[in-house]
Design a protein around this ligand. Structure first.
Ligand code: OGA
Ligand code: MN
Length: 279
């Protein structure tokens, strides 16, 4: 199958058009999509019309879809979650929740966080609601040698409710919290497919560096976060209805923006696929 590829950001992100993910995709085309994703870190596939089961099945070509209990799911398909302007903290005080309003990588509090996340733009606002991404390979590569030597080999404890939590996260029942113990991950990880090293930060879930106290951990985290989120490493996705955006959590961070006009809706369908333990 032939598709067109267009570069989106200056240093990352590509858009593909001319493909219908609701149809069978041959292995060669699927491999080509995977290569674009590995090279571009963020892959947008334009103009899709996918019911939840078809969306899940298309994303299953990239990995094994996982159930995500913390988010609302579509009635048609349990592996397809809903991210919406109408999200509320239903088990807490009912306040509005904007999922991922600060820089993060998905689910780093898990031992084996999702490798990829896919969002499908079902209803997009007339303006605003962009998703920002930052390139964690480039952020790592640009660090001074001395810093790289210092941080290679450090381990970080990540928690669902971390000491440094900045984003409002949904209230979970106690039995679910018990099933989410802290996870320890390398601060610099090697991507299992590209072999490239990337900074692995999650400002919202990192608690401390193993062997460092809170103040020392904070100084290092703050400096690395400031470095990695500089505009020069970023791509900002402006959504079109029908976009399927796939990002690689192993080498990017991302951030939602709830800045669209009051009363406008934003509705995304979401799939995550299984990853391995970061090394
Ligand atoms: C997510 C997420 C960002 C957005 O689904 O993991 O962070 O712009 N979404 O909705
Ligand atoms: Mn996210």
């Amino acid at each position: 199958m032939i598709f067109q590829t267009e570069t989106l950001g200056e240093h990352m992100a590509a858009a593909v058009s001319g493909l219908d993910l609701g149809q069978d995709i041959d292995d060669e085309t699927q491999d080509a999509l995977r290569r674009v994703l590995n090279d571009s870190l963020v892959l947008c596939i334009r103009d899709q019309h996918l019911a939840p089961v078809a969306f899940r099945d298309a994303m299953a070509r990239f990995g094994t879809p996982m159930l995500r209990k913390q988010l609302e799911r579509t009635p048609e398909c349990a592996e397809v979650n809903i991210i919406s302007s109408e999200d509320r903290d239903t088990l807490g005080d009912g306040r509005r929740l904007v999922n991922g309003a600060n820089w993060h990588t998905d689910d780093s509090f898990m031992r084996a966080p999702a490798s990829l996340t896919m969002l499908y733009g079902v209803v997009v606002p007339s303006q605003g609601g962009d998703t920002q991404f930052t390139n964690m390979y480039a952020a790592y590569d640009d660090l001074p040698d001395e810093t790289r030597r210092k941080i290679d080999g450090l381990q970080v404890v990540h928690k669902y409710h971390s000491r440094r939590q900045i984003t409002d996260v949904s209230t979970r029942p106690p039995e679910e919290m018990a099933a989410m113990p802290a996870a320890t991950h390398p601060l610099v990880r090697t991507h299992p497919e590209t072999g490239r090293k990337a900074l692995y930060l999650n400002p919202n879930r990192m608690d401390h560096v193993v062997g460092l106290d809170a103040a020392q951990s904070d100084r290092l985290f703050d400096a690395l976060i400031e470095h990695a989120t500089q505009p020069k490493y970023q791509y900002r996705h402006k959504w079109r209805k029908g976009d399927v955006v796939i990002w690689d959590n192993r080498c990017t961070m991302h951030k939602a923006n709830a800045d669209y006009p009051d009363g406008e809706r934003r509705l995304m369908h979401r799939v995550i696929v299984a990853g391995t333990e970061p090394v």
